[in-house]
Ligand binder design. Structure first.
Ligand code: APR
Ligand code: PHB
Length: 406
């Protein structure tokens, strides 16, 4: 049995775990990252790719935005296509802020490179991770199989950054972790295609056949999504069916602006909302998808993960700097108002744009009224834009933490 000690064991090398270990390193705190998958696997895993202004600013301050600043596409607005009618939303004009398209796996590559250049410990292909968090406080133990060897790691704290299906959240006693969740009667089918983007901005299409989103990764690569039935399998969606459906939902006067190209990747994205409250159990702290999931409609998942680990790294740095655990104990309280604002906006946007199971029902009429307001009311457009760029999260819970104590 190999034995070692680290101040903080981080489970998961997604954006949350990698960025946390980078920010801790910059504040003089050592950590060890344990990842179940291989490095090539995490570097190739295609996920969302829309970064908010504050996320990009944080990455710049952390010295991580060199390639991002060269390659990311800065956007100043978006297009809504509502049953074949175009509507432009000038997001930057309304908020002063831009959004940036940069694939999550590109950010993951940048983070891994930065950690390796700084000599950070990242263990890929680490299996059988189990966590022991003593009830009475004191050091935690992480057991795993690393490079084929049984290994025991003693640590002051564990950061659970292992995504929605990880081990960390499941290591909390059910009573300590009441969950809030909602499921949706849809899923997304996402493709990455070697084809130029539909438009220079993102196109969100609310169509009677269902929702579609035309995003991109570069001037030569498109990222496209279709709302599908949650029980559909990938095999039911051969490439030609996908292109035909995209064309129908993005169509404006017989023209969707879509160029077809080889499909490089195809995956299913479930739509669900989930929040673990609190995000802490004794010396285990959850961050990113391990703590909360949003439907992908508003692309908030990655931005929330980045905010979580910024707050958590400051709290750990305060603990190691002055022995104060006030920030650590306040972690959930500090994060939850922002998380719920993003949950609310993502849920609202999902309801706004997706075809409902019963298109004639009351809900569908509400949807029409909301789309009408968004297109015709400058106030509704401004509020949407503030929430889309994440500005509204900076006000969530500010100075009113007591409202969040249950
Ligand atoms: N042991 C070690 N690693 C694990 C385990 C485990 N038992 N379970 C999961 N992991 C790893 C996964 O392989 C993955 O690399 O934890 C990592 C979690 O990364 P993400 O799922 O990317 O989650 P997070 O870092 O919180 O990033 C949030 O990811 O899901 C997207 O849209 C979401 O953009 C958001 C972002
Ligand atoms: C993406 O490019 O993956 C993306 C962009 C915007 C969204 C969701 C996903 O709202």
């Amino acid at each position: 049995m190999n034995r070692l000690r680290t101040p903080i064991a981080i489970i998961g090398a997604g954006p949350a775990g990698l960025l946390l270990s980078h920010l801790l390193h910059q504040q003089g705190v050592d950590s060890l990252v344990l990842e179940r998958r291989s490095r090539p696997y995490v570097e190739r895993r295609v996920r969302a790719g829309l970064l908010e202004h504050t996320t990009v600013e944080l990455l710049r301050r952390a010295g991580l935005a060199g390639r991002l600043d060269r390659e990311a596409l800065r956007h100043e607005g978006l297009e809504l296509r509502i049953n074949g009618a175009r509507h432009h939303l000038p997001v930057t004009e309304l908020t002063g802020l831009s959004t940036y398209v940069y694939g999550q796996q590109e950010l993951v590559k940048d983070l891994i490179q930065a950690r390796q250049e700084a000599g950070g410990r990242l263990w890929f292909d680490t299996d059988d991770v189990t966590l022991e968090i003593p009830d009475g406080g004191g050091p935690c133990t992480v057991r795993c199989t690393a490079q084929g060897q049984p290994t025991e790691i003693t640590c002051d704290f564990i950061a659970g950054c292992d995504g929605f299906h990880g081990i960390s959240r499941r290591s909390m006693p059910a009573t300590a972790q009441p969950a809030f969740e909602r499921s949706y009667p849809s899923a997304w089918l996402g493709i990455l295609a070697a084809a130029p983007p539909v438009a220079h901005e993102l196109v969100y299409a609310a169509h009677e056949r269902g929702f579609a989103l035309a995003s991109m990764r570069s001037p030569h690569v498109s990222r496209l999504y279709l709302q599908i039935d949650p029980d559909d399998e990938l095999e039911q969606w051969p490439d030609d069916r996908i292109w035909k459906e995209l064309r129908a939902r993005l169509d404006v006067d017989g023209e969707a602006g879509l160029t077809e190209g080889p499909v490089l990747e195809k995956s299913l994205v479930p739509l669900r909302s989930y929040v673990s409250e609190p995000m802490q159990h004794k010396r285990l702290f959850l961050a990113g998808d391990a703590a909360h999931i949003v439907p992908p409609t508003a692309a908030k998942g990655l931005n929330l993960a980045v905010e979580d680990v910024q707050v958590l790294s400051e709290a750990f740095a305060a603990f190691y700097g002055s022995g104060q655990d006030t920030l650590l104990e306040g972690y959930s309280q500090r994060r939850l108002p922002s998380i719920w604002e993003a949950e609310d906006f993502s849920d609202w946007m999902a309801h706004l744009l997706h075809r409902l199971p019963d298109a004639q029902a009351y809900g569908a009429r509400l949807q029409r009224a909301r789309l009408d307001a968004l297109v015709n009311s400058p106030t509704a457009a401004r509020q949407f834009a503030e929430r889309y760029v994440g500005l509204s999260r900076s006000f969530a819970g500010a100075g009113k933490e007591r409202a969040w104590q249950s």
